[in-house]
Design a protein around this ligand. Sequence first.
Ligand code: CP
Length: 317
Amino acid sequence: MKKHLVSAHDLTAEDAVLVLDTAKELAQVSDRPVKKLPTLRGRTVVNLFFEDSTRTRISFEAASKRLSADVINFSAKGSSVSKGESLKDTAQTLQSMGADAVVIRHGSSGAPYLLATKNWIDAIVINAGDGTHEHPTQALLDAYTIRKHLKNNEGDLKGLKIAIVGDILHSRVARSNAILLKTLGATPIMVAPPTLLPVGIDSWNGEYSYDLDEVLPKVDAVMMLRVQQERMNAAYFPTTREYSRNFGLNAQRLKTMQKHALVLHPGPMNRGMEITAEVADSTNSVVIEQVANGVSVRMAVLYLLLGGTNNESGENN
Ligand code: CP
């Protein structure tokens, strides 16, 4: 494994399968009455969040605590960032408090890359979502969830077809998934109106389509994306009603899918827009399970990047 996890490109197929296998082992901790291992005792993980988050921030905190690391939670709101403090100075302040790992979410694409490459800090850097660029641990937990259901929780994702539907243009989740799914042998199919597909989609790892109804019957899973109104500075579709009619997943469309097909969503969901409540709560939906799997996958990433021990005493091997 590379020192940092900034992009899904940082993972070879072997690395990705190692993360998924390690997450499978660590998931057993979550079933215990005492959900804790001494593996990262004495290590400090800083959660550096410049953008809002529910799932990612909480699951990195839970993952760190289950491995007995000390956790410092930093939120830009209410910090000296509002007084103009730079990313470099903020990171170095946290490094001086002994950070071994920095988990960063930032509104600017490339912020985690800067932290990882500028030698401002010694800590490992994990990208928890940067702008419209990448969200590699989301892609890992999605792959874990798909593998668990469709590949008996083993190996890679060879032969599977996965539709990624909606606001691809603004989605860091879509980009990281397209990269990781391809690395693991699956075929991602991006589905969106032409206005919500990025320029250069041809060079992405996979196929693309403007026709959701044509794609749905042939895929093993569909990943619905939130329409990110907050990142839109123009009108990308005429009305939300028309968007839902053409690109929303409803019960009628779900019936056209294969019986085993999974419905995923990274959250937060706009129920009634890209997905109906009926589909979100259906037996095909694994949305809630994705959140639980996120803790195991993030435990695995921290364990592998921080070189945790695998004995119960927490002594280094
Ligand atoms: N999937 C995801 O990144 O959710 P949050 O924004 O709640 O962390």
